[in-house]
Design a protein around this ligand. Structure first.
Ligand SMILES: [Cu+2]
Length: 666
């Protein structure tokens, strides 16, 4: 069974045992002498079944421990002890009573105690759900104690009620146990949520949850370290090479798509925004204006290793550009490859409504100066707006004429918040690059589906055959891409069906090779990110949030690094959603998934899908000082809290969340 299935099974067993204990408790409490034989036997069966289910949970949790302590910590420490304790109590107190009852003797004197013990087991079992969605990992001690007190208080009140005893002192104590710890725990969590936040790691603090850290010299204090502001981490004014200037104006725009549908978009003039295509070594200077986006706008260069002050994250590296304002981004195009740009102010809304475009950097050898040919180099963004999926600029089929025999590079960019599965039929292909980085000796593929994480890019390389080539997108039958060797058919008649085949697994694709300096023995800093779904205060409101190490943005302690560190990042997904994790300003080298080392080409990614139950280990070289957002690129999840920062010691930011510019990066 997969880890995610084991987790789901545990939840199912919790629900089942709660139902069985509750049924047994109601029957035990309500039986009378005349109904004792029948109800006693039924209740006894329920108790025996509930005990069996609880033992089943022990086995499932033991298997989960084998998959990693992250998946089972709170179960082992809180929910199972509570379940086993009450289960044992119920077995000792209730089973003798129920056996006698089923034999025809209802000992009324023992009935309240027996029923209360079974109720206690039911409360403890139900408490397991609270433990799963409130306590989480790492175990929140205050929340755990509150749940234990609640179970104890409710059990006491139940016993008093059933036995009709007048013990006001005990009743008051039980009521206090039910209410006070829960309210205290909630109040502490609320208070923590409304505290002001300092983003970054100016003091050079150490990582939380560091696993066996071998780091040297990273302490709570960084004596003699000069601090630097993100505002100073900009591209120098002087540049000896060519400068390429672009302007992007963000505006509200009603866009009529080729199918005739209209959408209320926010655009950089078109949907998608204009492609920025430059040569390696150019200095890219982009002036961004905000015409009338009321929430403000910024531009982030997704996957591109720009200086921190050019990263475009509202509230971290700059203030959001208010309507009428502008901001100039400048960076040297050092890395070739396929990237994209998008707004990083209210990004979950802004990106889906259209504030994005492609960023392509080609090498000088491939494109002689002044001839940035796009003829055999096609970009296809896959984007869903208002439920309509578009490939490039169309919600119909993008048809391109390509001469047979031509080599072709297809740059696929998933700008959505969920993975996109794309099929290629009619020609073999190779995946030449992922997230801008070329793969080592990729082998030809026929028919495999490529599954592109949210925010990810796949460059496919193929030679145009004499027949047509079809790119289909799963779940979007009206759109796609069609490459034809002759005159294109009218777009409204073209179809590009998705052909479902197994996904290509990048971790075993291509040919292995050693990356100098990026070895596990060189790791000097470790951090773990445990991703989950938990009830937390989010902006003061109790919300089923997307958590990182049990916290939500902006309260997640940063991943602390110093320049030059080699960081191993372990990312664990305890939740039931896929999380495309995206560290800004860096790319990571994949080490392993679920403990299995990568066997294919070295894989440099800036966006990697951690699916439910998965554990990824990646290496990150801290070579770009700053305060960098690292977040889930399912932008809804980021809004719900799944954001952390990679914070270099000694770097500070003058920008804040909220404030006059109303900075809301997610
Ligand atoms: Cu996510």
């Amino acid at each position: 069974m997969t880890t995610a299935q084991l987790q789901a099974l545990d939840l199912l067993l919790i629900v089942l045992s709660t139902a069985l204990w509750s049924t047994a408790a109601v029957m035990t409490a309500s039986m009378r002498a005349q109904s004792g034989r029948r109800r006693g036997a039924a209740a006894l069966s329920c108790v025996v079944a509930a005990v069996s289910v609880t033992l089943g949970r022990v086995a499932v949790v033991a298997l989960l421990v084998g998959r990693g302590w992250w998946f089972a910590g709170e179960k082992v420490l809180v929910s199972l002890p509570l379940a086993i304790l009450t289960c044992g109590l119920a077995a000792i107190v209730a089973i003798p009573f129920l056996r006698r009852a089923s034999a025809g003797t209802v000992a009324e004197r023992n009935q309240p105690g027996a029923a209360a013990a079974v109720f206690a087991a039911a409360y403890a079992s139900a408490g397991g759900l609270l433990v799963a969605f409130v306590v989480g990992y790492p175990v929140s001690v205050v929340a755990a104690l509150a749940i234990v007190a609640l179970v104890g208080g409710l059990s006491g009140l139940t016993w008093l009620g059933l036995s009709a005893r007048r013990r006001p002192g005990l009743a008051a104590l039980c009521a206090v146990l039910c209410v006070v710890p829960v309210l205290t725990s909630a109040a502490i969590a609320f208070y923590a949520d409304i505290q002001p936040v300092v983003i970054g790691n100016a003091a050079g603090a150490h990582n939380h949850l560091a696993a066996g850290s071998g780091s040297a010299g990273v302490g709570a204090e960084v004596p003699g370290m000069r601090s630097v502001s993100v505002g100073d981490l900009r591209t120098p004014a002087e540049y000896p090479g060519p400068v390429r200037r672009f302007e992007l104006t963000a505006r509200q725009q009603t866009v009529t798509l080729p199918s005739g549908r209209t959408v209320d978009g926010w655009t950089f003039g078109s949907l998608p925004g204009p492609e920025i295509r430059v040569e390696q070594g150019d200095l890219v200077e982009v002036t961004v204006y905000n015409a009338d986006i009321p929430d403000g706008v910024t531009v982030h260069w997704h996957g591109y290793r720009v200086p921190n002050g050019e990263d475009g994250v509202a509230g971290v590296t700059q203030d959001a550009i208010r309507p009428g304002g502008s901001f100039v981004y400048r960076f040297v195009a050092k890395d070739v490859g396929t990237y994209w740009y998008h707004a990083h102010q209210v990004s979950s809304e802004a990106v889906s409504r259209g504030l994005f475009g492609a960023l392509v950097v080609v090498s000088k050898d491939n494109a002689p100066a002044g001839q940035l040919s796009t003829a055999m180099d096609l970009v296809a963004t896959v984007h869903t707006i208002n439920g309509t999926t578009m490939v490039g600029g169309t919600d119909l089929v993008d048809t391109q004429r390509v001469l047979p025999g031509s080599p072709l590079r297809l740059r696929l960019i998933n700008t959505d918040s969920v993975p996109q599965r794309i099929s290629v039929t009619g020609a073999g292909f190779t995946v030449a690059a992922v997230d801008g980085a070329n793969l080592n000796a990729p082998t030809p593929l026929v028919g495999q589906v490529v599954r592109i994480p949210a925010g990810g890019r796949f460059d496919l390389s193929l030679t145009m055959p004499t027949g047509q080539v079809t790119l289909g997108v799963e779940g979007a039958p009206e759109t796609g891409m069609l490459l034809v060797p002759d005159e294109p058919p009218p777009a409204d008649r073209a179809i590009a069906p998705f052909v479902d085949r197994p996904d290509l697994d990048l971790l075993s694709y291509g040919t292995t090779s050693v990356v100098p300096g990026m070895t596990s023995t060189a790791v000097n800093e470790e951090a773990t990110l445990v991703l989950d779904r938990q009830f937390r205060f989010l902006n003061g409101v109790p919300t089923l949030s997307q958590t990182v190490n049990g916290d939500v943005h902006p309260h997640v302690p940063p991943i602390a690094v110093r320049e030059g560190d080699l960081l191993r990042l372990t990312v664990v997904n305890r939740g039931s959603d896929t999380h495309p994790m995206h560290p800004h300003g860096h790319r990571v080298l994949v080490e392993s998934r679920d403990g299995v080392p990568i066997t294919g080409s070295p894989l440099w990614l800036d966006t990697f899908d951690v699916r439910p139950g998965e554990v990824w280990q990646v290496l990150l070289r801290a070579d770009n000082p700053g305060i960098w957002m690292a977040h889930c690129h399912n932008l809804e999840h980021a809004t719900q809290g799944m954001v952390v920062h990679l914070a270099y010691a000694g770097v500070t930011t003058p920008f804040t969340l909220g404030g006059v510019a109303d900075n809301r990066p997610e």
